[in-house]
Ligand binder design. Structure first.
Ligand SMILES: NC(=O)c1ccc[n+]([C@@H]2O[C@H](COP(=O)([O-])OP(=O)(O)OC[C@H]3O[C@@H](n4cnc5c(N)ncnc54)[C@H](O)[C@@H]3O)[C@@H](O)[C@H]2O)c1
Ligand SMILES: O=C(O)C[C@H](O)C(=O)O
Length: 326
């Protein structure tokens, strides 16, 4: 049996975590041979609710769950953590745009970046889920100067999964028959869900759907899905966000399937002409616990314009929180 790994989760009493923690503890994230220790962070007023979540975790008697640590101190929760899922943040309510949350959440991620820098495993893999996820990840990474910025990532896997689902429905196929979907840019309504390289059961997706559907239906539906769920549920997506966080970490740790790729927001290295340093979602393959950008894809004029729009938004978000970058 492998040694347990330490998985820190913030916002552990919130709604995403309620769908997430039980799946991490059951082995869905890191595999059925990988024991875990959960290290859960909450704000002080939520510690009582968090105790209740821990009671339920214990009541599941998960074979892979070796211990649960709870704290309102980031330096306790991130101590020696091998993985961190930064979920805790103020979620968007009806009518709010993600950038409204920028300042409110920026302070949280600078504090947590500093704590991770100080106490976490030197090999930690960090996923930021809390919105605005890309820029929060940038803030956390820039406050962790002793770690590689590439250890910090933000979640666009939910957008990727939403895009798979929309295309599967349109083409009468199953999501598992679709390969090489791409989300470029920000986890916001400027993101660019791109089917240019996608295949459905081996056939080019772009030959199976028309341009009108792509422009008037697919792209806006994926871009606005978060808002549509808030409108319908009166609360932001939770179970699907948790499922995507599990997918993101599992792929990063255990690898992508041959011939396929996933979308992850990572520090840009300038690939595809994107501003270096911003947390931009790219198509990536993962192997041996490392991700690599899929290079050399042909970019049409249609794609380039959309990739630039979402890049511009990320540059603006960065400019708005420049003072918080370490
Ligand atoms: N990237 C994505 O695809 C995606 C998808 C869905 C939701 N989200 C975002 O995830 C975040 C969490 O959503 P939720 O529905 O679970 O919200 P929630 O309000 O139910 O839970 C958030 C929790 O975080 C806690 N928290 C706040 N500040 C904290 C801090 N400094 N340290 C630790 N914990 C803290 C709160 O007490 C609360 O329990 C939101 O920002 C939401 O917008 C992102
Ligand atoms: O859109 C939101 O604010 C919630 C979340 O990021 C989502 O995409 O569902």
């Amino acid at each position: 049996m492998k040694q347990p790994v330490r998985v820190a989760v913030t916002g552990a009493a919130g709604q995403i975590s309620y769908a997430l923690l039980f799946r991490i503890a059951s082995g869905s994230m890191l595999g059925q041979d990988q024991p875990v220790i959960l290290q859960l962070l909450e704000i002080t007023p939520a510690m009582g609710a968090l105790q209740g979540v821990v009671m339920e975790l214990n009541d599941c008697a998960f074979p892979l769950l070796h211990d649960v640590v709870i704290s309102d101190d980031p330096e306790v929760a991130f101590k020696d953590a091998d993985y961190a899922l930064l979920v805790g943040a103020r979620p968007r309510g009806p009518g709010m745009e993600r950038k409204d949350l920028l300042e409110a959440n920026a302070a949280i991620f600078s504090t947590q970046g500093k704590a991770i820098n100080k106490v976490a495993s030197r090999d930690i893999k960090v996923l930021v889920v809390g919105n605005p996820a890309n820029t929060n990840a940038l803030i956390a990474a820039s406050n962790a100067p002793d770690l590689d910025a590439g250890q910090f990532t933000a979640m666009t896997r939910l957008d990727h999964n939403r895009a798979l689902s929309q295309l599967a429905e349109k083409t009468g196929s199953h999501t598992t028959q679709i390969k090489r979907m791409t989300i470029w840019g920000n986890h916001s309504n400027t993101q660019y869900p791109d089917i240019s390289n996608a295949t459905v059961d081996g056939k080019a997706a772009s030959e199976l759907v028309d341009q009108t559907w792509l422009e008037d239906n697919f792209i806006p539906t994926v871009q606005e899905r978060g808002a549509a769920i808030i409108k319908a549920r009166g609360a932001s997506s939770a179970a699907s966000a948790a499922a995507a966080a599990i997918d993101h970490m599992r792929t990063w740790a255990l690898g992508t399937e041959e011939g396929d790729w996933v979308s992850m927001a990572i520090p840009s290295d300038g690939s595809y002409g994107i501003e270096p340093g911003i947390m931009y979602s790219y198509p990536v393959t993962c192997n041996d616990g490392k991700y690599s950008i899929v290079e050399g894809l042909a970019i049409s004029e249609f794609s380039r314009a959309r990739m630039n729009t979402t890049e511009d938004e990320l540059r603006q978000e960065r400019a708005a929180i420049e003072h918080l970058l370490g």
